[in-house]
Design a protein around this ligand. Structure first.
Ligand code: NIG
Ligand code: FE
Length: 433
């Protein structure tokens, strides 16, 4: 998203010193794609570290001793905000590469029904699920939706997230999908972090098109996508490709329309059932998300490509599932894996990247180091932003999370608590160290 011309606060000159562990996630020579295999756990940690940010960018990264000897720093000392990070971990701000923040109400009836034993699909078939969030969004004004998104972005930053992918998908008419994306754009312009908007007009077939999904797909392809592209309201088009949502053939049609209009593609894939991936690969999707069900041959194919597998274990947790995506199998086969919250009212009402990381460790057997890289640099790859986000290196955007823990493994360890003390977003400080 283009950030508003008026920044929230002027980006300042910030020097973080005495950092116990600085997780730089610096990219190796010739890194040209998301982290895989052993690279995924390479955090490139500097102890007693310092980071200097000027004008919203990272300018230098090294030890505190070296930083304090720097002549430019010595001369400009008075103008620089210095922050003591003794006993703290500093890492790249989290990149939450999959969220659905534009909705009005929580889905408490679905929540209770599931506790009583109904499945996600049964609830959806009985009129709950995604469709039950649609009326709220269609009736809401743009400013009410903007306020919802703004609040969520603010709360996410308090947990260490500095870049957010935000999907529409609960309006399901041209007008209310545009309204949802406009709410995302407005909220983004008032937040110092970075927002990547995605059109998810193909979330589910709305009830007025029940039994006529092809007609709805036509509206998505011929009206929604062109209107969104014309107004530059989204960078990606997403499709929920699964039983009860859109078929592989429909997904291909929607991807074609997105590509024709210069938008990137991504998809909810393999959440409830397996879909073979071959028909979509020619579109080079930025990511396939969920991936609970995936064919072995497709795992091998993805290992050769740059499409990221974005895992969202919050959804498995909240639906009370015993099975989680096979992260170990994907990682060990060489597939680049990212982690995201999937913040939404139906399957994953959490904004916490540390919670997603904790689930990744305990339920999917990812190591704490792998979880960190999946939540930062690989999220950035999944959004096409790895040149600016996801690692702490000179030249990148000044997006940092400061955690009040002495060891990075504690971030996923203290689940359900917030240890994030402060974030820096494009050079703007939020919170107190
Ligand atoms: O990522 N699977 C599709 N979309 C969401 C669920 C949305 C909802 O239930 O409201 C997901 O799980
Ligand atoms: Fe989702």
């Amino acid at each position: 998203v283009k950030r508003s011309k008026k920044p929230v606060k002027r980006a300042s000159q910030i020097l973080l010193v005495n950092i116990s562990q600085l997780l730089t996630l610096r990219c190796g020579e010739g890194d040209s794609s998301a982290r895989r295999l052993a690279q995924l756990k390479d955090l490139d940690i500097i102890e007693s570290a310092a980071v200097l940010c000027v004008g919203g960018k990272i300018v230098s990264v090294g030890t505190t001793k070296d930083a304090l000897r720097d002549p430019w720093l010595k001369k400009n000392r008075k103008k620089i905000i210095q922050i003591d990070c003794a006993g703290k971990v500093v890492l790249p701000g989290f990149v939450d590469s999959h969220t659905h923040p534009v909705f009005v109400n929580p889905r408490l009836i679905d929540f209770e029904k599931r506790i009583e034993g109904a499945s996600y699909e049964e609830i959806a078939a009985a009129g709950g699920g995604i469709r039950s969030s649609v009326d709220g969004v269609r009736q809401a004004g743009k400013s009410a939706l903007t306020a919802k998104v703004s609040n969520v972005l603010h709360d996410m930053a308090a947990l260490g997230t500095t870049t957010v992918e935000a999907k529409s998908g609960y309006g399901l008419t041209v007008e209310s999908e545009l309204k949802s994306l406009e709410a995302i754009r407005l909220a983004a312009s008032r937040w110092p972090g970075t927002v990547v908007p995605t059109l998810l007009g193909a979330h589910v077939v709305p009830k007025e098109f029940q039994g006529r999904s092809q007609k709805y797909v036509e509206i998505v392809c011929k009206e929604m996508i062109p209107a969104v592209a014309r107004r530059k309201l989204a960078r990606f088009v997403d499709v929920f490709c699964d039983k009860g949502a859109f078929s592989a053939v429909e997904t291909e049609q929607i991807f074609e329309a997105a590509a024709r209009h210069g938008l990137g593609v991504r998809a909810h894939m393999g959440q409830l059932s397996q879909t073979r991936l071959a028909p979509f690969l020619r579109f080079n999707p930025a990511s396939f998300d969920h991936m609970d069900h995936v064919h072995d041959d497709d795992v091998a194919e993805l290992a050769k490509r740059n499409t990221v597998a974005t895992l969202v274990p919050g959804a498995n947790y909240f639906l009370g599932l015993k099975e989680y995506p096979a992260a170990r199998k994907l990682i060990d086969a060489g597939v680049p894996v990212a982690l995201a919250t999937d913040y939404n009212p139906g399957t994953s009402p959490t904004i916490s990247m540390p919670m997603a990381m904790s689930l990744a460790c305990t339920q999917m057997k990812m190591s704490p180091a792998e979880a960190i890289a999946a939540a930062t640099i690989n999220g950035a790859w999944a959004l096409g932003l790895a040149d600016r986000k996801g690692s702490i290196e000179a030249g990148k955007d000044a997006d940092l999370a400061i955690f009040a823990v002495g060891d990075y493994r504690e971030i996923a360890y203290w689940f359900g608590a917030n240890r994030c003390a402060m974030t820096v977003m494009n050079g703007v400080i939020s919170g107190t160290p």
